[in-house]
Design a protein around this ligand. Sequence first.
Ligand SMILES: Cc1cc2nc3c(=O)[nH]c(=O)nc-3n(C[C@H](O)[C@H](O)[C@H](O)COP(=O)(O)O)c2cc1C
Length: 460
Amino acid sequence: MSKAGREDQSCRTMLADFDRRGELLVIDDEVDPVHDLSAALSLVDAAAAVRFNRIKGYAMPAFGGLLSSRERIAEALGVPKDRIQSRLLDAIANPVAPVMVDAAPVQEVERRHDILTTLPVPTFFDKETGPYITAGLIVAKDPETGRGNASYARMKVLGPNEVMIGIAPNHHLGILSRRAAEKGQPFPFAVVLGAHPAIQLAACLYLGLGDDEMHCAGALLGAPVRLTRCRTLDLCVPADAEIVLEGLIHGNEPIVEGLVSEYHGMYEDYGSGVRASFQCMTSRRDAMLQVIEPGYHAEHLLLGAVPIAAGLRAAIGRSILNVGEVAVTMAGSGRTDVVVQIAAPRPGQARRAMAICWGAVSIVKNVTVVDTDIDPWDPEAVAWAKMARMRADRDILIVDQMPADRSEPQEAGGTIAKVGYDATCRAGDRKEGFDRALPPPGSYGRMRELIGRLRPELLP
Ligand SMILES: Cc1cc2nc3c(=O)[nH]c(=O)nc-3n(C[C@H](O)[C@H](O)[C@H](O)COP(=O)(O)O)c2cc1C
């Protein structure tokens, strides 16, 4: 477990590590929160994290791109890149309960009025209709069971203490806040900004309603999450975050949103979100606002892709024991396109895996099944497998009239066709077999050693 993981539950150690290694772009020039900050994050995208020290009209700095590559996600979890998925699966299987602390860095300062006026919330895209809080990790709980829930949802700033929150109807936060609204009650929630990245990843896991993401976060950190009680709500939040907003979701007060960007890189018109209000903000004395560049940008895609892939791996593994790694590709916007490895698949298993993916996560559209020699996260390798191992007339399955997620770019009348590609080797397909034409391993070993002496940087 990395230092960033076990000893420090803020996001600061990781940012400092990036800075030391030249992976943090520090911008001291003044930037406008309207579009310019967003343009900088869009340009840098996966290449680095960015810190903005001077934002026009605000004293507070901001940062973005904390988890904009799988390398950085691996670092946040303290594992090599190829162990991210198994680390997440371990955490789902072996959750760790949080601990309560009284003295919380995130409560050094408290503010009860004009709460949002201190935050340099960016306006991101041309056709959007206002500034959005995009890195808000929302903590809530089911009043009936007392079990916690953590997730993300965008919030458009409407006034000094008010936002519109856009929650998909099937998300647990949507279900819980609707239940309260049906009883005529507002629903308490806390928005956490700048928590440890392992806590952020846990919040994106697709777990069952009632499974508390904060317990998975503890397992990912390798230590119980340090929580502190909110000042005005019966909710507990990560003590070492940057900022916490305490408020209420008013599920009976719809607010038309206007166009909003989605993961697929285009705009959606979802109609109305609902009003939410804040009565208290606590923060560190020198707090920074965390920003996630939304739309088709690396951090937004990966924060969905990596946890969704782990959730699918867990779902498939319950019935297909020979499943390998599961990837959710960036080309599929980190949401819609899945690649599943299966070791020596038996007849029918590829199609079963497709069905499980479509059943488990409504947003998934394309599923490709590959053998375990194909890296599912490598788009070139997956395209090669389709070219070399698939017969389109036999190995493509199209299932039409499936329910479409509301974010599906080609949704029409509530349904969409889903497609599965079985790109695994079939015995008997090639009389020459499937062996790769390569030099034998012994020669590779000798030449690796030789080139390593001459020009090590040329080796893969
Ligand atoms: C950066 C980011 C932004 C997101 N924005 C939204 C959003 O605006 N609305 C929404 O309903 N879900 C959004 N999501 C997806 C949910 O947070 C995610 O599906 C979550 O797992 C749902 O929580 P649940 O499992 O408790 O239902 C976002 C996810 C990420 C990573």
